[in-house]
Design a protein around this ligand. Structure first.
Ligand SMILES: *[C@@H]1O[C@H](CO)[C@@H](O)[C@H](O)[C@H]1NC(C)=O
Length: 414
């Protein structure tokens, strides 16, 4: 136990020195092989591809604990919709070798949109999503599919065009017509029959979970009641058509008015008034997984680096404790990363940040407190650099980050 603690304090997992000493010399393809183990572990011993399920605060698949070691690449569907970029999708999935990818199952009203207007879907783009799901399956990778985005703008624009009296984007959460757009879209995705695999999405174990909406906020109602009502309605709607798959919300994790003592854990005063509420939102019936994001670079714009890591430590630890003790569900650190765009942070800090996240999750998991896992924002193959928002780790250009990811995998296995 003591050795274990020491190793942890140093940010390393307890593995024999010979193996850890070899890490920096590993070549890329060795790393990829190691990473590939993450997704193959499951299949090496079991021949069928079964659903990931929740047991208390843990995730399980094929009779053993399942830990998410994943990443985000949001543009897979849109790249798959175009023959010229489709190969990048396969590269993103195959080269990552991690076991879960979170990606967007929505796009509305723009170039090559899945949803072209309320209740209207572009079959070619739907086929592109089918391709993404089938490529994930082929590479033993699970998907978390996000069903909408917190921007909400396009739905509200459509509502106005249809003559609805809408005053703000937050009407997305309360207007009955807009809610009917969202529900119809969700039904179209969840009941979609995959044209590549001839399997209905709602029956497909490739999908680990649905995410209701990515980073919703509803600042027009800081009490949280409006967003809470929407989450309850939509969670029960999704479960009514797909009772099997796991469901998460997609919130950033800010504490809200339901437990005022926890408000100081938030990065700032504003985030407690964003209309979201980590504890109460996750108590909505039908929600299976607690989800949080970690963006200290955005949330603490004026802090020095040391403060960021302290914040990350406390933010992670509190949410893990609450997921375990108050909510009784696994936690998914659905997005975390650091932007290097404005030059404030460099690669070394990004890696310290990632190590902090992995170390805290890992120690709680090893102690049996929590299950779930972490998904880096974001991981790219070469040839997609123009989609980089400053956070992308490009496989071929980031050997030390890949080695860090491989090390986390070894830690999960030992
Ligand atoms: C698709 O699956 C259904 C039932 O699972 C089956 O009846 C049908 O023949 C299949 N279609 C094709 C094209 O394989």
């Amino acid at each position: 136990m003591e050795a274990h603690m020491n190793a942890r304090a140093m940010g390393m997992c307890p593995i024999p020195p010979s193996r850890s000493a070899a890490t920096p010399r590993l070549h890329l393809h060795h790393l990829l092989l190691l990473l590939a183990l993450a997704s193959d572990m499951e299949d090496a011993h079991h021949h069928h591809w079964t659903m990931v399920e929740r047991r208390g605060t843990q995730l399980w698949a094929s009779g053993r604990p399942f830990i998410i070691h994943g990443f985000n690449t949001y543009w897979l569907m849109s790249f798959a919709a175009d023959q010229a970029t489709r190969l990048r999708v396969t590269a993103a999935i195959a080269e990552a070798g991690l076991n879960v990818c979170c990606t967007w199952a929505f796009s509305d009203g723009g170039y090559r949109a899945l949803q072209t207007a309320p209740f209207h879907y572009d079959e070619d783009v739907f086929r592109a999503l089918d391709f993404v799901v089938s490529e994930a399956r082929r590479h033993n990778m699970r998907l978390i599919l996000s069903l909408y985005y917190g921007g909400k703008a396009q739905c509200v624009r459509w509502g106005k065009e249809a003559g609805l009296d809408l005053t703000s984007e937050d009407d997305f959460f309360s207007d009955p017509t807009i809610k009917s757009y969202y529900k119809a879209f969700v039904e179209a995705v969840v009941t979609r029959i995959n044209t590549v695999m001839n399997e209905t999405y709602k029956d497909d174990p490739t999908i680990l979970a649905w995410e209701l909406i990515n980073e919703p906020r509803c600042p027009s109602d800081p009490s949280g009641d409006t967003l809470q009502a929407w989450i309850e309605e939509m969670a029960s709607y999704v479960k009514s058509i797909d009772p099997v798959h796991l469901l998460e919300i997609g919130i950033e994790g800010f504490y809200g008015p339901s437990i005022p003592e926890l408000l100081p854990v938030n990065p700032d005063e504003y985030s407690g008034h964003a209309g979201t509420d980590f504890i109460r939102n996750h108590q909505a019936p039908g929600i299976d997984l607690a989800s949080i994001h970690v963006y200290s670079d955005i949330w603490l714009p004026h802090s020095i680096k040391e403060n960021h890591l302290q914040f990350v430590d406390k933010w992670m630890q509190q949410h893990i404790d609450d997921a375990a003790n108050l909510l009784g569900m696994p936690i998914v650190v659905g997005e975390f990363g650091v932007s290097v765009k404005d030059g404030k942070f460099g690669n070394e800090f990004c890696e310290d940040f990632m190590k902090t996240i992995y170390r805290i999750f890992l120690s709680s998991w090893k102690e049996g407190v929590i299950g779930g896992g972490c998904l880096l924002w974001q991981l790219f193959p070469e040839g997609a650099e123009h989609m980089d928002d400053g956070y992308a780790v490009i496989f071929a250009k980031s050997p030390s980050t890949l080695s860090l990811l491989a090390n986390h995998l070894r830690c999960l296995e030992c």
